[in-house]
Design a binder for this molecule. Structure first.
Ligand SMILES: [Zn+2]
Length: 192
């Protein structure tokens, strides 16, 4: 079940492994500004909402350009971290999905208890997915490859539901969904 996933350390480890692969790919491509090679320049974050995890999972993988006159930072895609938000991406995805798809079962009060956060935070996330995300470049890139039954006005719940229907394990569905949202490339046939 979805809420239980938030307590599973396994999914965080799997996402971390995906992030390492995504970073490797970025390193092979090189600096997006000048094409020079990239050096790791990771930093620590304090993401909230997950179970107790080893320190290595609180590291945001990051690069610095090796060229003297560039030295710019490049953040590879991450399934664990969502921009500068303080909660793990998977936590935001699950909480907003529960709030959207099962509002009777999961009121904002229940969700904020489950998360140990304020209702305001949850309201903000829901507003982001309702108003900003459907118009984002990321979603526009993904929209064309996603099944038409996934509704723009019911994100991310509608997308998660689609994955839950087509992938046998809840964990696998959430991971694939996060991978799609992060990289824009599907791991399963999303057109149905
Ligand atoms: Zn550079």
């Amino acid at each position: 079940m979805l809420p239980e996933l938030l307590q599973s350390t396994k999914i965080f480890h799997l996402l971390h492994r995906i992030d390492i692969d995504l970073a490797d790919k970025q390193q092979k491509v090189g600096c997006p500004y000048c094409g020079s090679s990239l050096h790791y320049s990771n930093y620590k974050r304090q993401p909230r909402g997950g179970p107790d995890l080893p320190e290595s999972l609180y590291i945001r993988l990051s690069f610095c350009c090796s060229r003297e006159n560039c030295r710019r930072r490049t953040l590879p895609n991450s399934t664990l971290f969502m921009d500068r938000r303080v909660y793990f991406r998977v936590v935001i995805l699950i909480i907003t999905t529960l709030g959207q798809n099962k509002p009777q079962e999961y009121s904002k009060n229940m969700l904020s208890n489950l998360l140990g956060s304020s209702r305001k935070t949850i309201t903000r996330w829901l507003a982001y997915f309702r108003e900003i995300f459907p118009r984002s470049r990321t979603w526009k890139k993904i929209r064309g490859i996603v099944n038409p039954t996934v509704l723009n006005q019911a994100l991310p719940g509608s997308l998660v539901e689609y994955y839950l229907k087509h992938i046998p394990s809840v964990e696998g569905a959430i991971i694939d969904c996060l991978r799609l949202l992060t990289t824009g490339s599907p791991t399963v046939k999303t057109m149905g």
